[in-house]
Unconditional design. Sequence first.
Length: 317
Amino acid sequence: MRRTIGVAIGMVLCFAAAMALTACWKNPVLFSGMRPAVAPNGRQIVLVGIQEGAARLFLIDVTGGAPLPITKMEGDCYEPCFSPDGTSIAFVQRLENNRGSVCMMTLATQSMRKLTVSQGDESFPVFSNDGKKILFARAAYLGQGGIGGTRWRDWDVYEIEIATGKEQRLTHESYYHINSLSLSPTGQYFAFCSASRIYLGSFPIAHVPKAITAEGSVFESPSWTKDGQGLLCSAVLERDKPGLFEYSIIRIGLDGIPAETLYANGSMICYPMVMSSEQDVLFLESHNRRTFTLKIRDTSTGKIKEVSIGNEITLEE
């Protein structure tokens, strides 16, 4: 049942991305249905946008305004994250061969370095707390997928030293997939989602990560609370009718037990993350599963603020 719901959710997300990519192919339009990144100071956000048929990264102020394109290289760019000092970002560049590589960019100069080159796919880079390493997920090979398609298989967590390029494999479990890899504020743990369950691993010496959410539950896109004692997740429940889901933002403890429901609105919700202020939570919300709105919720008052930029806006060069 859990795998069925997880696969269905994955198909919904893929459909949403495909529809947005199709709509954006001819005109430069911001598409915010992929994981954003929040600067450590909480004042800037990096979003994934479609421009001239390619996925690129755009920098916006949290108060809104015109997005600034910061990547214009070959291929598509996804899954940005900020360095601890906010001066750089890491992201994945994916070329026509469908292989992703971890890249790093200095924001002031927009100079880019490609850090990894492998025969597999890579995703969800995240900086270590000292900014000297980047953790990321890597798939071993492209295998057969559902309905006659293909998918990357056997995912694990790796790290790379930025200065030397030295890599180390942290897990050896060959996961079905790894989504939303993130490192705790204390630097003691990393968390990720695989097959709709949340896993917790130790860092820098990685033991076998433990699934902390129950079998049969569906949790997506984990991110850490400021104190490192919990995770924010998108929790998904299947409604009475097959194919209909109910989403909410839930804070869970490191034991995987839900502690608090922060937001539920009968809509699709993904990628919740705490901003510089513990009470402000950024997330993406969609009422039609095709277009997403970027919102911030003040958990102390319950007030919702919409960031004044959406995936209908035309971007100027």
